[in-house]
Design a binder for this molecule. Structure first.
Ligand code: BES
Ligand code: ZN
Ligand code: MN
Length: 483
């Protein structure tokens, strides 16, 4: 991850490129606060030059102006901030600017604003996944500087940005790693390596442990793959916790659909462990920030494959708590591994539960590719939604209509995995999971099917591929529990 440091606002400007903000207004573009020294170095002609180059200040716009030897830096980059100049607009603007500066060594930000947002924009925007390129790519950006006084608050903002960005980028790396290299055993290894290095408690159940623990859902879904399932638990235990939070995330390392094999979008399904990665990384961020809340991530990992040992539609599974589920369709596998994980997570008697999963295609139908759906106990759901929105992620609260649970009654088992129709598919997933949460535990289910993976072109600080969705929402929601 690129290193971000502060330089005194009075220090001479330096860098391979200097980024300024450009705001949009009815009277045309305006230089955002912080650009004055850059403008002065260019004889007060910066805005005119940007207008000549066609800059308008709209969000995601990046315009580059060479300084032709007139200034001690060769390039000015204008980042469009739109009309509001909000923290998220800064994050996106800086992210978009940094995405377009691959190959530079030192980039300086001449923008005044919340330092955590500026640093996050830079760190998230400068990300590239080059693991699988056989030839060396352009060297990564080495240094970002921001003009700001280095006081205790400023340093705390940078630390916050570092912890959050580091977690988001860990998720992107995990999601981008191809499923022939990232399968339950290796996913567990990578999670354990990071957690142990951070001094966290870890526990891994392999197939024997899962059998002993009667995790019937995880064993069934993982049974079709030559690569056996796992259950990983990672705990951060601060000295004086003010609350205890259970995190659960779907860790399907590849979702072929199983015997109900997918006929569309199968290549997308390497992202089906995005929820698992998000909750694991959130524990790392919460620990790095020393937030006084005890958190445990409980993560089922399995590969959903068709084979002679695969589970079947119409199988009846017995979950860890003895409840039986009739399998309607082997492609609705997420809720089966999550049921077992939720059952295990609530055995610790947490005060709150957050579960994040790439659960349904219906999330994309309802909310599009970028908006996380939040469902669960209404007060906690709204608290988590607000925390996520404040942290810059788009989260929208959705209901769990009362008629859905009876629609999951099975003629032969305690419940079935789907209703008889396809309406409100995202809400049905939430109703199913909610059935495994005991009365009295505030819980929320975050459906990140679309948001976890960017199928389209890069935008703001978001690259193509893995995005790191839900980390900022979860971290902010947990931080919000501290008085
Ligand atoms: N992993 C998918 C959901 C998904 C879809 C994630 C698109 C990311 C992008 C899930 O396991 C699945 O297959 N869901 C099915 C459920 C259906 C069988 C009721 C779906 O949404 O089509
Ligand atoms: Zn899936
Ligand atoms: Mn599926």
């Amino acid at each position: 991850m690129v290193k971000v440091s502060l330089v005194a606002p009075t220090a001479p400007l330096a860098g391979d490129a200097v980024v300024i903000g450009l705001l949009r207004s009815p009277d045309g573009p305006r230089l955002a606060p912080g650009a004055a020294p850059v403008d002065a170095a260019l004889g007060g002609k910066l805005l005119a030059a940007l207008k000549t180059a066609g800059a308008s200040g709209k969000a995601d716009e990046v315009v580059k102006v060479p300084t032709l030897g007139l200034a001690p830096f060769p390039l000015v980059v204008s980042a469009g901030l739109g009309t509001d100049g909000s923290a998220e607009a800064l994050r996106r603007g800086v992210g978009a600017a940094l995405r377009g500066l691959t190959g530079k060594r030192h980039v300086h930000l001449a923008i005044d604003g919340p330092l955590d947002a500026l640093a996050e924009g830079a760190q998230l925007g400068a990300y590239a996944f080059t693991e699988y390129k056989s030839k060396a790519t352009k060297p990564a950006l080495a240094k970002v500087t921001i003009a700001a006084a280095s006081d205790a608050t400023a340093r705390a903002h940078l630390k916050h940005a570092q912890a959050v960005s580091d977690a988001v980028l860990f998720v992107r790396d995990l999601v981008n790693t191809p499923p022939n290299d990232l399968y339950p055993a290796t996913f567990a290894e990578r999670a354990v390596a990071r957690a142990s290095a951070a001094g966290l408690e870890v526990e891994v159940l392999d197939e024997r442990g899962l059998k002993r623990g009667r995790f019937g859902g995880i064993l069934a879904v993982g049974g079709g793959s030559a690569r056996g399932p796992r259950l990983v638990r990672i705990t951060y235990r601060p000295a004086k916790p003010q609350a205890k939070v259970a995190l659960v995330g779907k860790g399907i390392t590849f979702d072929s659909g199983g015997l109900n094999i997918k006929t569309a979008n199968m290549h997308w399904m390497k992202s089906d462990m995005g929820g698992a990665a998000a909750v694991i990384a959130s524990v790392l961020a919460i620990a790095a920030l020393k937030i006084p809340v005890e958190v445990t991530a409980t993560v089922p990992m399995a590969e959903n494959m068709p084979s002679g040992t695969a589970y079947r539609p119409s199988d009846v599974l017995t979950m860890r708590n003895g409840r039986t589920v009739e399998v309607a369709d082997t492609d609705a596998e997420g809720r089966l591994v999550l049921a077992d994980a939720v059952i295990r997570a609530v055995e610790d008697e947490p005060d709150y539960l957050i579960e994040a999963s790439t659960l349904t295609g219906a999330q994309l139908v309802a909310l599009g590719t970028r908006v996380i759906g939040a469902m669960g106990e209404p007060v906690w759901r709204d608290q988590v939604t607000a925390a996520g929105n404040a942290a810059g992620e788009a989260v929208w609260a959705m209901p769990i209509p009362a008629e859905l649970r009876p629609a999951l009654d099975s003629p032969i088992a305690d419940l079935q995995s789907l209703t008889g129709d396809r309406w409100g598919g995202m809400l049905v997933g939430a109703a199913f999971i909610g059935d495994f949460v005991p009365e009295g535990i505030p819980w929320v289910h975050l459906d990140i099917a679309g948001p976890a993976w960017n199928l389209g072109g890069p935008h703001g600080y978001t690259p193509k591929g893995g995005t790191g969705a839900a980390v900022r929402t979860i971290t902010a929601a947990v931080a919000g529990l501290v008085s």
